[in-house]
Design a protein around this ligand. Structure first.
Ligand code: KG4
Ligand code: ZN
Length: 337
């Protein structure tokens, strides 16, 4: 009988210090996330220096808690998986060094995970992945359509040429004087407002699966500015609804088209913006028309940054024998492919 595999995952790429234990790449034994959002809120965004300091303070406690909740000792683990990049270099370094120290001390294999691979593998904690598949990754730093023929093989078929979807949400939220991170606030307001403002949709060239959100962001800011100068008021909820409609239209249309062209069996939603209710509903509605393609959407807690997704992606690398060495370094601009 095949032995169970236990992997400890560590994630510190941005503003969450996280550790988790996952069994066989599918089952969460523990999933601890210490968020720093409160500390960054007053600056209106993540301050790298502040993030690194928080990670240093939290990392040992978070790992200890993850091991305690999983009720395992280090000798029962099979590997340690850590986010190598992309992300903030000072933040990544805390996780990478903690993982290296633990792997060395307990003589365990170390595997290095790409943050986006982690977001995609959050879906494996929900259901088994069926290939070929397509994943729409939408987070604060990324907007990508990733095609996968099998485990651990990633082909980026489309990506943003400027702002990430989450970044556009956060910037538009700021223009509407909403707190950081703005995504959830816009999402909430969008459900109260109406699509009354005609905003652009960047379709780009025909057949392109790339995205662009900076033009839309500028259009929102200009519209607000012009209205202000004319002494008119635009309801924040209507602007939120109009902005969200434009983002969702492009994301969903391109994803559904790519799912058909690439004849995939599954479409996976991943990343912080996958928590967006409007996006989830619209993708569900459009995907229902595509017969034979399964749509997987992780629960909210697995959409935003966590370490269970890193352990899940790391399990595949461990099974393939793709170990990292003790010279592993953080890489803020690590490529997925
Ligand atoms: O994946 P994530 O936790 O961190 C990164 O790897 O970037 O994503 C964070 C992003 C933020 O930009 C946040 O505003 C956005 O996800 N977000 C949302 C929602 N919840 C979080 N955006 C739109 N609607 C939401 N409900
Ligand atoms: Zn993320």
């Amino acid at each position: 009988m095949k032995k169970d595999i236990y992997v400890l995952g560590i994630e510190t790429s941005c503003d969450e210090t996280a550790a988790a234990v996952v069994k066989n790449g599918r089952e969460i034994m523990s999933n601890i996330v210490a968020s720093q959002i409160e500390s960054h809120k007053r600056f209106g965004g993540v301050v790298p220096e502040v993030a690194s300091r928080h990670h240093v303070e939290q990392i040992t406690l978070v790992i200890e808690q993850a091991m305690n909740e999983a009720n395992l000792s280090f000798s029962e683990l099979d590997a340690i998986a850590v986010t190598q990049g992309p992300g903030l270099v000072g933040a990544l370094l805390i996780g990478v060094n903690a993982a290296k120290a633990l792997a060395f001390a307990h003589q365990l294999p170390l595997v290095s995970v790409h943050h986006i691979a982690g977001h995609i593998y959050a879906n494996r904690l929900v259901t088994e992945m069926k290939f070929p598949l397509l994943s729409l990754v939408v987070s604060g730093g990324h907007t990508e359509l990733v095609y996968m023929k099998e485990h651990g093989e990633f082909e980026v078929i489309g990506e943003t040429r400027d702002d990430a979807a989450g970044e556009a949400y956060d910037k538009v939220a700021r223009a509407l004087s909403l707190p950081y991170p703005g995504g959830p606030h816009i999402d909430r307001l969008a459900h109260e407002g109406k699509v009354t403002i005609d905003l652009p949709r960047a379709w780009l060239e025909e057949d392109s699966y790339d995205f662009s959100f900076s033009g839309l962001k500028s259009a929102v800011i200009n519209t607000l500015h012009n209205a202000h100068q004319r002494g008119e008021t635009i309801e924040a909820k209507d602007m939120a609804a109009s902005f969200q409609a434009s983002v969702i239209d492009v994301l969903v249309t391109k994803t559904v088209k790519a799912a058909q062209v690439y004849k995939v069996r599954q479409v996976l939603l991943a990343g912080g913006v996958a928590a967006n209710r409007g996006l989830r509903t619209e993708l569900e509605r459009k995907m229902a028309e595509l017969k034979g393609v399964e749509l997987v959407i992780p629960p909210l807690s697995l959409c935003t940054d966590n370490a269970a997704m890193i352990a899940a992606a790391g399990t595949i690398l461990f099974e393939k024998g793709k170990y990292a060495t003790m010279s592993l370094n953080a890489n803020p601009s690590l490529e997925l492919e």
